[in-house]
Design a protein around this ligand. Structure first.
Ligand SMILES: Cc1cc2nc3c(=O)[nH]c(=O)nc-3n(C[C@H](O)[C@H](O)[C@H](O)COP(=O)(O)OP(=O)(O)OC[C@H]3O[C@@H](n4cnc5c(N)ncnc54)[C@H](O)[C@@H]3O)c2cc1C
Length: 467
C-alpha cells in the first residue's frame, strides 16, 4: 500500500468530462488527482470522436480524388490501403494523447493509472497496474467513468468475431471488404458513410422505422436517400435474428418486416448504443442509479454529499461537448458554489457527407406547443461555394418566432453544418431577430450565406401573415 494522499478534488475517469473538470480545478489552483484504468482521453480521443472523424477525413480526400478521376482531371485512381489508414489514425490518437498528458501534467494534475473504487464518501482506493494499492482522500470526488458498448442479444453472436465501437479501431479491424452495421443512429451512420466512401460494401440494419429516429423525419428521409446513392444497403424496421461464421465469412439472418433474408459479410460492427459505467463504489457506499444512469441533482451531486457525477455516466445524450461542459460546471459549483445551469439548445450533429446539425426548436416542438412560427429554407444547389466544391446537396432551414422573428432553431444539412450550428446557437442564446441578422454582412462565396438566404425566404413567405 502506497502513502496516502489528500487532494482538493479527485476525478475518476480521464475522458473528456474528467480532464475538463481537472483542468478547470487547476485554474482555481486546486490540488487535483485524476485516475484512469485505461488511456488518457477516454472514449472520445481513443475510440470515438477523433478516430471516426479522422476516418471521415480520409474518406473525403479519397472521394475528391475519385470525382476528379471521373472528370478525367486525374488519370488513375489510387489504391486505398486501409491498414495504413488504421496506423495513421492511431498515430493521430497518440499525438493528441501526448498533448493531453503534457497539458494535464503542466497544469499540476496528478495522473494515477489504475482501477478506482470509492470506499467511503471521501476515500478512493486505486489498484494500480503493478498491483500497487493506494488510498487517496478528498471532500470532493467526481465520477466521470463514461460508458461502454451495449451488446445486443443475437443468437450466435458470441461465437463469431464481431466489433463494437470500442474495438473497431484496434489492430486491422477496419481492413475489410464488407461490413454489416447493426444500428442506424448517429454512430452507425457515421461509420457507414465513411466506410462506403472508402470503397467498403456497407449494410445497415435499424430496428426503428427510419434511420436517425431522433431527428426530424425530413432529415432522416433525405439522408437515407443520400446514403443509398452511395451504395449503402439500408434495412429499417428490421433486426438481426442470428449470426454464424463459415470460411471467414459471416452469415447474418435478418428479419425485414417479417421476411427472412441471409446476408454475407466480412465483418459486423455493433452500433447499438452505449451503457453507463456505474460499477464504481463498494462496501457500505451506495450511489443510487435509475438502472441507466447515476442519479444526480441540478449541481451534479449524487445521493452522497461530496460525490458528483458527470458525462456519459449521467447523460442520456452521450456527447463529448456535454461531458466537458458538465465537467467545468461541476468544478465551478464545488469551488465557487456557482449553481449549474441546465445545458440547453445542444446541437445534435452527424459527421457525414453532407454534415447534419439540428439545433433548438423543431417544427414538431412548435406543433406540440401550438406556437406560431416561420420557417425559411434554402437549398444548397444554388450556393456558389457548394457548387464550386461539387457538394451541392443539402439544405438550411431556419425557424423563427412568427411575432418577433427571433431565431429559435435550425436544421442544417450541408458542408460545415456542424460548425455553423455554433453560429445558430449564438443567435438563439443572444435572442437575435431575423432583422438584426440581416443587418450583418456575410462573406461570399460561403455556405453561411445560405443562413441569410433561408431567413430572407422565411420572411418573404411570411409577408401578410396575421400578427
Ligand atoms: C464511435 C463514437 C464516436 C463518437 N463521436 C462523437 C462526436 O463526434 N462528438 C461527440 O460529442 N461525441 C461523440 N461520441 C461520444 C463521446 O465520445 C462521449 O460522449 C464522451 O467520450 C464521454 O466522455 P466521458 O468523459 O463521460 O467518458 P469517457 O470518455 O468514456 O471516459 C471515461 C473514462 O473513465 C475510465 N474509467 C471507467 N471506470 C473506471 C474506474 N473504475 N477506475 C478508473 N477509470 C475508470 C475509462 O477508462 C475511461 O477512460 C462518440 C462516441 C463513440 C463511441
Amino acid at each position: 500500500m502506497n502513502e496516502n494522499e489528500d487532494f482538493d478534488v479527485i476525478i475518476i475517469g480521464a475522458g473528456i468530462g474528467g480532464y475538463s473538470a481537472a483542468l478547470r480545478a487547476t485554474n482555481y489552483k486546486k490540488r487535483v488527482a485524476i485516475i484512469d484504468k485505461n488511456l488518457l482521453g477516454g472514449t472520445c480521443l481513443n475510440r470515438g470522436c477523433i478516430p471516426t472523424k479522422a476516418l471521415l477525413s480520409y474518406a473525403r480526400d479519397y472521394n475528391k480524388i475519385l470525382s476528379m478521376y471521373k472528370k478525367e482531371i486525374f488519370a488513375s485512381i489510387p489504391y486505398i490501403n486501409m491498414k495504413k489508414i488504421a496506423e495513421d489514425i492511431q498515430k493521430t490518437i497518440i499525438d493528441l494523447r501526448k498533448g493531453l498528458s503534457y497539458t494535464l501534467q503542466h497544469s499540476g494534475v496528478k495522473i494515477i493509472y489504475g482501477n478506482a473504487e470509492i470506499i467511503n464518501s471521501n476515500t478512493v482506493l486505486v489498484k494500480g497496474f503493478d498491483n500497487n494499492i493506494q488510498k487517496i482522500y478528498s471532500k470532493s470526488i467526481i465520477i466521470a467513468t463514461g460508458s461502454k458498448p451495449m451488446i445486443p442479444k443475437i443468437d450466435g453472436l458470441t461465437d463469431v468475431s464481431f466489433n463494437d465501437t470500442d474495438s473497431i479501431f484496434l489492430n486491422d479491424n477496419i481492413v475489410m471488404k464488407s461490413v454489416l452495421i447493426i444500428g442506424g443512429g448517429i454512430i452507425g451512420i457515421e461509420f457507414a458513410n465513411a466506410f462506403s466512401m472508402l470503397g467498403i460494401k456497407v449494410y445497415i440494419i435499424e430496428k426503428a422505422k427510419r434511420l436517425l429516429p431522433d431527428f426530424p423525419i425530413e432529415i432522416s428521409d433525405y439522408i437515407q436517400k443520400i446514403l443509398r446513392k452511395k451504395g449503402i444497403e439500408i434495412f429499417t424496421d428490421s433486426s438481426v435474428k442470428s449470426v454464424s461464421e463459415e470460411d471467414e465469412e459471416i452469415i447474418a439472418q435478418i428479419d425485414i418486416y417479417g421476411q427472412m433474408k441471409n446476408l454475407l459479410t466480412d465483418k459486423i460492427l455493433l452500433a447499438t448504443g452505449r451503457i453507463a459505467n456505474m460499477e464504481i463504489a463498494s462496501g457500505n457506499i451506495n450511489i443510487i442509479n435509475d438502472g441507466k444512469n447515476i442519479c444526480i441533482n441540478n449541481n451534479y451531486m449524487t445521493n452522497i454529499a461530496g460525490i458528483y457525477a458527470i458525462g456519459d455516466v449521467v447523460s442520456n445524450q452521450q456527447l463529448a461537448y456535454i461531458a466537458s461542459k458538465q465537467g467545468e460546471d461541476v468544478v465551478d459549483y464545488i469551488v465557487k458554489g456557482i449553481e449549474c445551469h441546465k445545458i440547453e439548445n445542444v446541437p445534435l450533429c452527424v459527421f457525414i457527407d453532407p454534415e447534419i446539425a439540428v439545433i433548438g426548436k423543431t417544427e414538431k416542438d412548435f406543433k406540440i406547443t401550438k406556437q406560431k412560427y416561420i420557417v425559411g429554407k434554402s437549398l444548397l444547389f444554388s450556393n456558389g461555394k457548394a457548387v464550386l466544391e461539387h457538394r451541392p446537396e443539402g439544405f438550411i432551414k431556419v425557424l423563427m418566432d412568427a411575432y418577433d422573428h427571433r431565431i429559435l432553431g435550425a436544421q442544417l444539412v450541408c458542408e460545415n453544418a456542424v460548425e455553423l450550428a455554433e453560429l445558430i446557437f449564438q443567435y438563439i442564446k443572444s435572442k437575435q431577430t431575423a432583422e438584426q441578422i440581416l443587418e450583418c454582412v456575410f462573406p461570399h462565396p460561403t455556405i453561411v450565406e445560405d443562413i441569410r438566404k433561408a431567413i430572407v425566404n422565411g420572411l418573404k413567405r411570411n409577408e401578410g401573415v396575421e400578427k
